[in-house]
Design a protein around this ligand. Structure first.
Ligand code: ACO
Length: 403
């Protein structure tokens, strides 16, 4: 047995907490979650009120600055974000280096990380002005970068942002518009998109946000930190779940096959999990999933989609799972990703873009958390410890003497 205190010189308390299920890594005033009650607050405001009555630009301001903006502040913030929507023209060359069939999340990791090679005047983390410019740039440019990733994958020309359009509207325009014909963004769809962005804006210390903070704790520049967050978000246990949900619903194919998949999810010898179900913190209905389900119905109605087989499977799957003792006992409820894929597919996004949209919306949460961390006078480099389970010291054996 190895004496940990001797090996590490540790004094005081040493905790072993895989997955950080009970360890707070920071204090934060941005987002509050009560997982048992299904409560999510941003700076004190309930997520359903923000989704219903606010808009994404206001929520960005709220997360970054701590308060909702007044009318003048809102106008100025929108103008600031709009001013930064274009990307450096040379950045377009970057895309051309990727294969057309590259996953857009792979493209996002590369292009967002590359921003620090273009915007040298906003990488000094010790200058509050530069930090704020970098934050504005990231919020403003992510829709442009995401839309370009889509355009590149389908072989269409990149669309320049239009600053007379709102945030979500402009993103839809850059994604689905083409230079050769006029494109009118459906206001109902733009509103739904804006709501989806609000629902994904922040979620305290999840894997990607913790990644952003950990990367930032070493003094890395904000563009590099956000690229790290995007990489972490990509996994199917996190942001990649929205893509995985749709693949699962397509695999289930018909309502009568649902019990077979429920049985697989319960089988401990099968790695299969119900995607879009379960959450590390929520042991109740994810409040974002409720809003998402309603938005899903509104979008399908607006697009005239009456019978969507995937929605039928999703609704029935939810009904069966929520009355199954396994899911009840383990407190597994639908999470934010369960319905978002159906909406995004109906709007016209390919499955591979789902997590990209999540990254776009979460950027404001990541950068607000990063700002909070940098401003914290007690901030230290993140350095988790380990419980060493390997060999005790032993002597080196030359290769000719090894068996
Ligand atoms: N389907 C079937 N069983 C599940 C599921 C699921 N979706 N989720 C959890 N379980 C079971 C586990 O097998 C485990 O069972 P056990 O106690 O018998 O071993 C128990 O519930 C607890 O699961 P953990 O993995 O320990 O819970 P954890 O908090 O670590 O994981 C997670 C949470 C990763 C979200 C998990 O529920 C999951 O994999 N869900 C599916 C993927 C998903 O939807 N991810 C999106 C999360 S939301 C977001 O990131 C935006």
């Amino acid at each position: 047995v190895i004496d940990i205190r001797k090996l590490y010189g540790a004094t005081g308390c040493f905790t072993y907490d895989p997955g950080f299920t009970s360890t707070a890594s920071c204090d934060s005033a941005i987002t509050y979650i009560d997982g048992d009650e299904g409560v999510l607050l941003h700076r004190g405001y309930p997520i359903d009120q923000l989704a219903d009555s606010s808009d994404f630009m206001e929520v960005c301001y709220l997360l970054l600055h701590g308060e909702l903006p007044n009318a003048a502040q809102k106008k100025e913030f929108e103008a600031t974000i709009t001013r930064h929507t274009m990307v450096h023209e040379q950045l377009t060359q970057f895309y051309r280096g990727f294969r057309r069939d590259a996953h857009p999340m792979a493209v996002m990791c590369g292009v967002v990380g590359a921003l620090s090679a273009f915007y040298h005047d906003s990488t000094d983390i010790n200058d509050p002005k530069q930090r704020m410019i970098a934050s504005h740039r990231l919020i403003a440019k992510l829709p442009t970068i995401a839309a370009m990733a889509y355009k590149y994958s389908v072989g269409q020309p990149f669309m320049y942002p239009r600053n007379d359009l709102g945030y979500a509207e402009n993103f839809l325009y850059m994604t689905f518009g083409v230079p050769c014909e006029p494109y009118k963004v459906n206001p109902v769809i733009a509103k739904a998109m804006d709501k989806i962005f609000i629902l994904h804006a922040d979620h305290e210390q999840n894997a990607s946000t913790s990644t952003v903070r950990l990367a930032g704790s070493s003094g890395a520049n904000p563009f590099a930190c956000i690229a790290a967050g995007i990489a972490s978000l990509w996994g199917p246990a996190h942001g990649g779940a929205n893509e995985a949900v749709l693949k699962m619903l397509e695999e289930i194919k018909t309502v009568d096959r649902i019990p077979e998949f429920i049985a697989r999810a319960k089988d401990k010898n099968d790695n299969f999990r119900l995607m879009g179900f379960g959450h590390r913190v929520y042991k109740n209905y994810d409040p974002r999933a409720k809003v998402m389900q309603q938005t899903c119905k509104e979008v399908l109605a607006e697009l005239g989609i009456k019978d969507d087989p995937l929605l039928d499977i999703a609704v029935e799957l939810e009904r069966i799972a929520l009355s199954d003792p396994y899911f009840i006992e383990k407190k597994l409820y639908p999470n934010v990703d369960f319905y978002s894929g159906i909406i995004l597919k109906a709007i016209g996004f390919p499955t591979s873009m789902f997590t990209v949209l999540f990254a776009l919306a979460r950027t404001v949460g990541w950068i607000s958390q990063w700002q909070e961390m940098i401003k914290d006078p007690g901030q230290k480099i993140g350095r988790p410890r380990q419980l060493y389970m390997g060999h005790t010291p032993r002597d080196f054996v030359p290769v000719e003497k090894r068996g």
